[in-house]
Design a protein around this ligand. Structure first.
Ligand code: PLP
Length: 347
């Protein structure tokens, strides 16, 4: 039992590199990536570009830097970005588009983190000097705050059409794109073909310790590369960490299905627990949101009690808790968490 504790469901970022991944990292061939001669980084970038169906890719230290180098490459100061009001680029990147690219947001509402082509069309600014220039649409897939939901491809295709009609570019925040692919059976390029730039994270469900990538045309990646330098993201013997990312995309993609099954198992058990409600149909990948009855108290109180019993989750709003499954949480671990919750008196 002790080796499955704590059951850390706070995020899929908490994974630690496995012994095999560490071995790959220890043995990585390295160079100086600022000089562009780290062979492991070069190999990773080539593999990611191929995986995402783009000409080129750039390895960066974080998902935030992947998104922000893309935004910087695709916009000019004064531009406006159309995105969901619950998008990571808006909520969780410290206001970076305003700070580092001089962009403002036009935010769209919508169930599960989705919006449609009509909403984008309605958000477009007239071509008039009073207004910011509508420049970029950001889509997040899977949508984190929406519950790890997978975007319908038809909807993305329709948004692309509006973008093309009005000269907008499109960025895919694909931090968990491969979760969406494993859950739906679509290939990465089924999604990425609609986007000018795409980011993916290696340090989420894929289990690498550090890093993300941004992919696009060679010309746009050249701009992103310049932005990465400006943001302080040029790294030297980065092959050590890139080897972890390479290991992750070679070994840890198909197994995301296990995380999705564990999330569904957890969601079903939570839903049967008095005082807790879950929208089970919204649990499409590895993220579970659930609401705690007000008669019990705040979500934070539940998280504190769970924490005392070695089950870690995050209280995101006063009544709402998030649990995320990943490769360091086994089915046994999920069952332990279910057992702990069932023994608590919530209602
Ligand atoms: C985690 C995440 C990112 C990037 O986060 P970092 O912590 O900067 O790596 C970007 N987008 C989404 C949707 C995420 O969940």
């Amino acid at each position: 039992m002790s080796d499955i504790l704590p059951v850390d469901l706070r995020s899929d970022t908490v994974t630690r590199p496995s012994p095999e991944m560490r071995q790959a990292m220890a043995q990585a061939e390295v160079g100086d990536d600022v000089f562009g001669d780290d062979p492991t980084v070069i190999l990773l970038q080539e593999k990611v570009a191929a995986l995402l169906g783009k000409e080129a890719a750039l390895y960066v230290p974080s998902g935030t830097m992947a998104n922000e180098t893309a935004i910087r490459a695709l916009t000019r100061p004064g531009d406006e970005i159309i995105a969901h009001e619950h998008s990571h680029v808006y909520l969780y990147e410290g206001g970076a588009p305003a700070v580092v690219s001089g962009c403002s947001f036009n935010l769209l509402p919508g169930e599960k983190g989705f919006f449609d082509a009509d909403a984008v069309r309605a958000a477009l600014r007239p071509d008039d000097s009073h207004f910011p220039r509508s420049a970029l649409v950001v889509v997040e897939n899977t949508q984190n705050r929406g519950g790890g939901t997978c975007w319908p491809i038809e909807s993305i295709a329709e948004i692309r059409q509006v973008a093309d009609e009005h000269g907008l570019q499109m960025h895919l925040d694909g931090a968990r794109l491969l979760n969406a692919c494993v859950a739906t059976g679509h290939s990465p390029t089924d999604y990425t073909r609609y986007f000018d730039t795409v980011s993916i994270c290696f340090s989420k469900g894929l289990g690498a310790p550090v890093g993300s990538a941004v992919a696009s045309t060679a010309e746009t990646i050249k701009q992103a590369h310049r932005a990465r330098k400006i943001f302080g993201g040029g790294m030297r013997q980065a092959g050590i960490i890139a080897a972890g990312a390479l290991y992750a995309i070679e070994h840890n993609v198909e197994r995301l299905a296990d995380d999705h099954a564990n999330a569904k198992r957890l969601a079903a058990a939570l839903d049967e627990t008095p005082g807790i409600s879950v929208d089970i149909a919204a649990v499409e990948t590895n993220i579970v949101y659930f609401d705690v009855d007000e008669s019990y108290g705040l979500a934070q109180k539940l998280c504190d009690e769970l924490h005392a019993q070695q089950v870690w989750m995050l209280a995101l709003t006063p009544q709402r808790v998030r649990a995320v499954t990943h490769l360091d949480v086994s089915t046994e671990g999920v069952d332990y968490a279910i057992d702990v919750i069932r023994k608590m008196r919530i209602a």
